[in-house]
Design a protein around this ligand. Structure first.
Ligand code: PNW
Length: 489
């Protein structure tokens, strides 16, 4: 497995390691108001506050995958992926958000998609919730409303019942941090509630309980007959000390990682369960200083600690980037009160190469450090990388993206072979350029280019699609000259 090309580098993935690519319903489907689908929070935001989307685009048509799914499947088959990670549109399946109306066209669409995948022997990995909450449920408070636990469970029940014969791998939630912090504690994602330091923690209380109920529903009722698996995908911005010799920064980076990744991983993947101790303590202290009579983050009671613990068959990790911690204090971007202020550290993005996304810095070694940390913090849990990818402005000869994949994939091999971290599979974000949330189509993560100025939305494989095809075929990181940027020696 060792190739000596200047420096030692592993290139070959272990037997059984699988590769896939990911998308999400709202980012690709379009057909936002046809065949029974109702408005979701992203439709609502992009229609009512279009200035909040960088290029004024929206998900009305997106990549038109509602009509062009066969093209998507053909591209997946061309690359030879083992699996396709996609998400279901809640408002397409349940137009009221509740289970009283089941939309036959929605059910038909996903069945057709699963059949097309089966035809090409591509396994579906299905996310129940990738941010597109029915607006009707947001009108009732969305994830800040504890009743959402029942609504999410009911929606999952319908999905398991309708699709469980074809779908054997499920993800409950995509990136709980982004849902709670960006959408309820800030205005970075829809519904942009911006209840900083309050709504974000109400959300996590509901979201973790809702996740656990869906896990137990699957585990108790569906797993015995459907024999599948179910997990959660947690995003990490990995934090490292700006100066690794500085003990205070090292300690603060650990605090930041507990606030970011641990917020949702600790309750599910540790022996003790519940939120990380440092989160509970910091927030209790700050809340008291603010004059509150109880902490803004409520710890789970014994019942819920037990109910949430162990509710994921694997740890799904979405990873893109690493940021630095430069010292203690209140970050210049921190609102009062807020999650960022609760951490009590100053963050810097002055690290690595850049991308088209302000937040995405290229720091491959941070990925290895994150994976080693997950192994030791979460008891050697088996891991799937459920997203990893790079943004540019849409180049077809996308050498920067290939270099990103090359370097991040190499770090996975390093931790598999040198540190015995159990990484079982890898998912590239994303199949094709798509509606990148508030960035619209201005930041592009696709292996395929999509020309949104042409009504036929033609898809063109980028060089990275050829790279990924070779990776899927050989299970080896491609070393071909044609994938090396001629401008970089
Ligand atoms: C993910 N970060 O979001 C989402 O799951 C995708 O829908 C999205 O298109 C993709 O990554 C690219 O943004 C993230 O700050 C948002 O580290 C923020 C971060 C990571 C992922």
């Amino acid at each position: 497995a060792l190739v000596h090309s200047g420096h030692a580098q592993y290139t070959k993935f272990p037997e059984g390691f699988t590769f896939g690519v990911a998308t999400a319903a709202h980012q690709i489907e379009g057909s936002w108001n046809v065949s029974g689908k109702t408005e979701n929070v992203w439709d609502h935001l992009s229609h009512n506050r279009p200035w909040m989307i960088a290029d004024g685009t929206n998900g009305d048509v997106a990549c038109d995958s509602y009509n062009r799914y066969q093209e998507d499947v053909d591209e997946l088959a061309y690359m030879g992926v083992d699996f396709y990670r996609l998400s279901l549109s809640w408002a397409r399946i349940l137009p009221t958000g509740r289970m009283d109306v089941i939309n036959p066209d929605g059910i038909r669409y996903y069945n057709a998609l699963f059949d097309a995948l089966a035809e090409k022997k591509i396994e579906p990995l299905v996310t129940l919730f990738h941010w597109d909450l029915p607006q009707s449920l947001q009108d009732l408070g969305g994830w800040a409303n504890p009743k959402m636990i029942d609504y999410f469970r009911d929606y999952a029940d319908v999905c398991f019942r309708e699709f469980g014969d074809k779908v054997k791998s499920w993800i409950t939630l995509n990136e709980p941090y982004e849902i709670c912090e960006d959408a309820y504690g800030d205005d970075k994602k829809a519904p942009a509630i911006d209840s900083h330091g309050v709504g974000n923690y109400l959300c996590s209380d509901t979201l973790l309980k809702a996740h656990a109920e869906v896990y137990h529903l699957y585990n108790d009722t569906y797993r015995p007959i459907q024999n599948g698996r179910i997990m959660i995908s947690i995003n990490s911005i990995w934090y490292e000390p700006s100066d690794p010799e500085n003990a205070e920064q090292v300690a603060l980076a650990e605090v930041a990682n507990q606030f970011k990744f641990g917020w949702f991983a600790n309750p599910i993947f540790t022996e003790e369960g519940g939120y990380p101790v440092v989160m509970v303590e910091n927030i209790a202290e700050q809340s008291k200083a603010e004059g509150l009579n109880k902490p803004r983050l409520e710890q789970f009671d014994e019942y819920w600690i037990e109910r949430i613990k162990g509710t994921s068959d694997f740890l799904g990790i979405n990873h893109y980037t690493t940021h630095l911690i430069t010292g203690p204090g209140v970050d210049s971007l921190a609102k009062h009160p807020s999650w960022l202020k609760d951490i009590g550290a100053v963050v810097s993005l002055d690290v690595g190469r850049d991308s088209a996304s302000e937040w995405l810095r290229v720091v491959p070694t941070g990925f290895a450090n994150l994976l080693r940390w997950c192994k030791s913090t979460y008891n050697d849990v088996p891991i799937y990388i459920t997203e990893n990818g790079f943004s540019d402005r849409g180049a077809i000869e996308d050498y920067d993206r290939i270099r990103y994949y090359n370097d991040y994939l190499s770090e996975i091999l390093n931790v598999i072979y040198d540190d015995d971290v159990k990484v079982l599979g890898y998912t590239a974000w994303t199949l094709m350029d798509n509606f990148e949330w508030r960035a619209g189509f201005s930041e592009r993560f696709g292996l395929y280019h999509v020309d949104i100025t042409d009504p036929n939305l033609p898809r063109t494989p980028k060089l990275s699609a050829e790279y990924y095809k070779q990776l899927c075929e050989t299970k080896e990181i491609p070393q071909d000259e044609r994938f090396k940027d001629p401008a970089v020696s």
